[in-house]
Design a protein around this ligand. Structure first.
Ligand SMILES: [Zn+2]
Ligand SMILES: [Zn+2]
Length: 438
């Protein structure tokens, strides 16, 4: 278990530099942007060391330090105070209050890491955060969300092209993007337009090495990348993974959409370290996550991904034409039939997942005109979910022609048909911003 450090710093860039250095050194890090948030995170994140800026909004660092030292639950916490050199009186006060050390701003990352290591060398191995103290009379009971293995968040759930009219606001209009935040690592799936907001959120802190898994390189899965802020910031390292094409390599495809004819900024202006990798045969391990993939039916080399973390399994399969061309009722189909058996690899890959994020883009009456476009009818998707016995199905990749009212009816139909097939999987619709605890 990693030692936990809380950084209380209102300047985003400074917080980013400090958290990056500490994470690289193997610490688990959280960032608070003001004094009040710092106190809240001390309770919820349970740090062993706090790196405290003296000049912060809402509650100045010295007041935070006084509160920490006055509370028997937190008086033992290590505190490193950061301040500009000319705040001599405040620094003296901080030291009298029991701060472990002082760091002059601008903070040099190696010095910060060295101090943190020195502090923890006196502590011994990391322990789980202490259980919340028994409430004092009159205190409000506030249970907290449990997400031991991290959180998956959908940033884009629309297929084909972004939409923005009022009739789409409930599900959202951004094209495909999902983030998995494990607390230490950040995995991103697809770079549709949803990745723009995700990129901005990442600037608040977190790891500097990001892993971006692309299901396939159709526009709706890569069009947001030119707007992904971390790509322009030196110090970020972004590894992109995708299934190999026979004629073009991944870097050329990404470089192509930054051609001057399409976009004013070129790949050379992206100052992050970009690394392009074709998916090989082996599953990948990143931190505590195992990431594997399987090909789907779609008109371009396309995969679905499965992430296993702490015994939980989530699969992300936004584009897949299961039972391509089949217009009958799937109620009578079983694994013995050839049209089903040809998908045995994918079915096995998805069997028993806790969360399946998979499309069902076309209502059955629309499907005959769209055979071969790479997307599944509602009824055929229901059969896949039944066969792989996913515990929960989140339907994503909504058609840009389907507004919120239409999708509401479509969800009711999906639930009814799934039940008719005898499946007990829970089903809900993806929307931009949906989170799932892992
Ligand atoms: Zn798509
Ligand atoms: Zn596609």
């Amino acid at each position: 278990m990693a030692h936990r450090v809380l950084i209380a710093e209102d300047r985003q860039t400074t917080a980013l530099i400090m958290s990056g250095a500490l994470q690289e050194a193997g610490f688990a890090v959280a960032v608070a942007r003001d004094g009040e948030e710092c106190l809240a995170l001390v309770r919820s994140f349970g740090p062993e060391l706090v790196v405290l800026d003296l000049m912060m909004p809402k509650l100045p660092g010295l007041d935070v330090l006084k509160k920490l030292k006055a509370d028997p639950q937190t008086h033992h916490l290590g505190v490193i105070v950061c301040s500009a050199k000319d705040y001599k009186t405040e620094v003296e006060q901080a030291s009298e209050l029991g701060a472990f050390a002082f760091l002059a701003k601008p903070v040099a990352p190696p010095e910060l890491v060295g101090l943190a290591q020195r502090f923890f060398s006196t502590l011994g191995p990391a322990r789980a955060p202490a259980p919340a103290p028994a409430p004092s009379p009159g205190e409000v009971f506030t249970p907290r969300v449990q997400a031991e293995n991290g959180v998956a968040r959908l940033w884009g759930t629309r297929g084909s092209i972004p939409v923005s009219e009022a009739a789409f606001v409930r599900h959202g209009g951004n094209t495909s993007c999902m983030e998995i935040d494990t607390g230490t690592d950040r995995l991103i799936f697809d770079a549709g337009s949803g990745i723009r907001s995700l990129g901005l959120s990442l600037l608040a802190g977190g790891p500097r090495h990001l892993h971006l898994f692309i299901t396939h390189t159709h526009w709706d899965h890569i069009q947001g990348f030119p707007f992904f802020a971390p790509a322009y910031i030196p110090g970020y390292h972004i590894t992109l993974y995708a299934p190999a094409h026979t004629d073009k390599d991944l870097e050329s495809i990404f470089r192509g959409q930054l051609d001057r004819a399409y976009f004013p900024v070129q790949m050379e202006d992206m100052r992050a370290q970009l690394e392009f990798r074709d998916l090989g045969g082996e599953a990948l391990t990143i931190g505590g996550c195992r990431i594997s993939w399987e090909y789907t039916v779609h008109p371009s080399p396309t995969v679905g991904y499965k992430v296993e973390i702490g015994g939980r399994r989530l699969a992300y399969v936004p584009d897949n034409e299961f039972l391509k061309g089949y217009l009958g009722s799937p109620e009578t189909l079983s694994m013995d039939e050839e049209r089903v058996a040809m998908h045995a690899g994918l079915i096995e890959f998805l069997t028993g997942v806790d969360v399946l994020i998979h499309e069902a883009q076309y209502p059955n009456e629309e499907y005959p005109k769209k055979i071969g476009w790479g997307h599944t009818s509602v009824a055929n998707a229901c059969l896949l979910v039944k066969l792989c016995a996913a515990k929960k199905w989140i339907v994503t990749h909504h058609d840009p022609a389907h507004d919120d009212t239409f999708l509401g009816h479509k969800l009711t139909l999906t639930r009814q048909f799934l039940a008719r097939l005898g499946s007990s999987s829970l089903v809900e619709h993806a929307y931009d911003g949906l989170t799932e605890c892992l």
